[in-house]
Design a protein around this ligand. Structure first.
Ligand code: NOJ
Length: 478
């Protein structure tokens, strides 16, 4: 595949404190949404990721990750920013966890930076990195929340990338070593684990379209990474199980309900099937022992040449749960471009009457999509959590410290109603973690898109609870 078509295909997969409690509650009515309707054991959380919030990029012995280096390359990040400071969570974690707890969340989902633990990728364990996550875990528990730990949220050690990264089969042993170290150090207190965050996103954007770190492009490279990441996904699960027998072990997927542009036209229906196989099925089905969805997605047939004897069995692992991460639906259509795929997605602005209906990421607000995708994944028979859902909108910080993010409040209400409906119809859904606690580094988009329920002033690193944060506080505490 040539560079342009790889790029195009990549484009297709880039689908990707001042707390004033109970302010203006009249405007933040619950309507018919009531936390208790989700059941007494349903968990509510906020989700974050190391690179997006921590900062302290070279402190206390941390090594360089692919995002430390990628962000500093000319033209890679829209606003020219980097991740040196981010939200400075590394120093402000107590304040942030206090705030999270005061809003009423049960769960704090965060990721560990591989380069804090193993600065060179393998071998030398950095005790100061371990100490930092011990502090975060202990503080979270002390505040009455459960720590939910993601092992890998996109920040591969640069030294391992220099050896090929996820496209080098040796990554299975590198990753296994990292998982083992984390399990041994944190497994006594952390009982809920996620191996990966959105493998489709970090392989597709990182090794096919090149829009994310490490910025590589090419179908062959992508297919290699899909296979090695899938092997690591299962191996990671096995290592956690061996070290922490009582752990709840999962992994997370980016998911999007795919519809055909015109369901009466066979060519669009086939295109939708391909898009669904690519975006939704590529990583979960091998873990269930179903293999890769090659029949519905012939473009990935080349993956077979990377499959060695015994791999098929090793791809499977019985996860205790899967995390679904959903933001928008996808409408797929037949297209001559890219060749071999013959499928593309309809641009979000064509799906809405007015561009103002899109989020700041240019994504369509499509709450029914979360209902559809929960129902679709429920058929796999594995317990589910929504491990990410949320939206970026333009926010304005007022002089009194308020942020009236009306659209975000509406977004949560609409999506939650659909989540509830799926649950009431019997879907095995056990929790919902919103994305995200505070505005942070949105990868190649930089700091402009604000996804938080807490506003972060990046100049002062002061946090301000938005109306959506207050809405959540009211929802969770009443
Ligand atoms: C997916 C990713 O897991 C997260 O890091 C990202 O910020 C959100 N979605 C929003 O794009």
């Amino acid at each position: 595949m040539d560079r342009r078509s790889a790029l195009k295909l990549g484009g297709i997969i880039a689908l990707g404190l001042s707390l004033k409690p109970y302010r203006a509650l009249a405007q933040l009515s619950m309507e018919d949404l009531n936390k208790m309707k989700f059941g007494p054991d349903f968990l509510w959380g906020t989700a974050t990721a190391a690179t997006q919030i921590e900062g302290a990029w070279n402190e206390d012995g941390k090594g360089l990750s692919i995002w430390d280096t990628f962000a500093k390359k000319e033209g890679k990040i829209k606003d020219g920013s980097n991740v040196e400071v981010a939200c400075d969570f590394y120093h402000k974690y107590e304040e942030d966890i206090d705030l999270m707890a005061s809003l009423g969340f049960d769960v704090f989902r965060f990721s560990v930076a591989w380069t804090r633990i193993l600065p060179y990728g393998t071998q030398y364990v950095n005790q100061r990195g371990i100490d930092f996550y011990n502090r975060v875990i202990d503080y979270t528990l002390a505040k009455g929340m459960q720590p939910w730990l993601t092992l890998y949220h996109w920040d591969l050690p640069q030294l391992l990338q220099d050896k090929g990264g996820w496209a080098n089969r040796e990554v299975i042993s590198w990753f296994s070593e990292y998982v083992e170290v984390c399990a041994k150090h944190f497994g006594d207190r952390v009982k809920n684990w996620m191996v990966f965050n959105e493998p489709m996103a970090f392989t597709g954007l990182g090794y096919l379209s090149g829009m994310h770190a490490p910025g590589e492009r090419g179908l062959n490279k992508f297919l290699k990474t899909v296979h090695y990441v899938s092997l690591c996904q299962a191996e990671g699960g096995r290592i956690l199980r061996k070290n922490i027998p009582d752990a709840n072990i999962g992994t997370t997927f980016s998911v999007t309900a795919v519809e055909a542009k015109d369901p009466s036209k066979k060519k669009h229906v086939i295109a939708a099937r391909k898009a669904d196989a690519m975006f939704n099925r590529l990583f979960i089905e091998p873990s269930l022992g179903m293999g890769y969805p090659i029949e519905d997605l012939p473009i990935i047939k080349g993956i077979e040449k990377f499959i060695e004897e015994g791999d098929k069995e090793k791809l499977a692992f019985k996860f205790d749960f899967i995390g679904l991460q959903n933001y928008f639906r996808t409408v797929a259509k037949f297209s001559l471009w890219p060749p071999f795929m013959w499928a593309n997605v309809v641009k979000a602005e064509k799906l809405v009457k007015d561009k103002s209906e899109l989020t700041a990421m240019g994504w369509e607000v499509s709450p029914k999509g979360i209902y559809d995708i929960i129902k679709q994944f429920d058929k796999y028979g594995v317990p589910m959590y929504i491990t990410e859902n949320g939206a970026a909108f333009e926010d304005h910080l007022n002089a009194d410290g308020s942020v009236h993010d009306v659209k975000r409040v509406q977004f949560f209400k609409d999506y939650l109603k659909n989540v509830l409906q799926a649950k009431e119809e019997g879907a095995d859904l056990r929790g919902y973690f919103l994305w995200t606690f505070m505005d942070n580094f949105e990868w190649a988009e930089g700091y402009e898109p604000r996804f938080g329920i807490v506003y972060n002033d990046f100049n002062t690193q002061r946090r301000y609870v938005k109306d959506s944060g207050l809405w959540w506080q009211n929802f969770l505490k009443n």
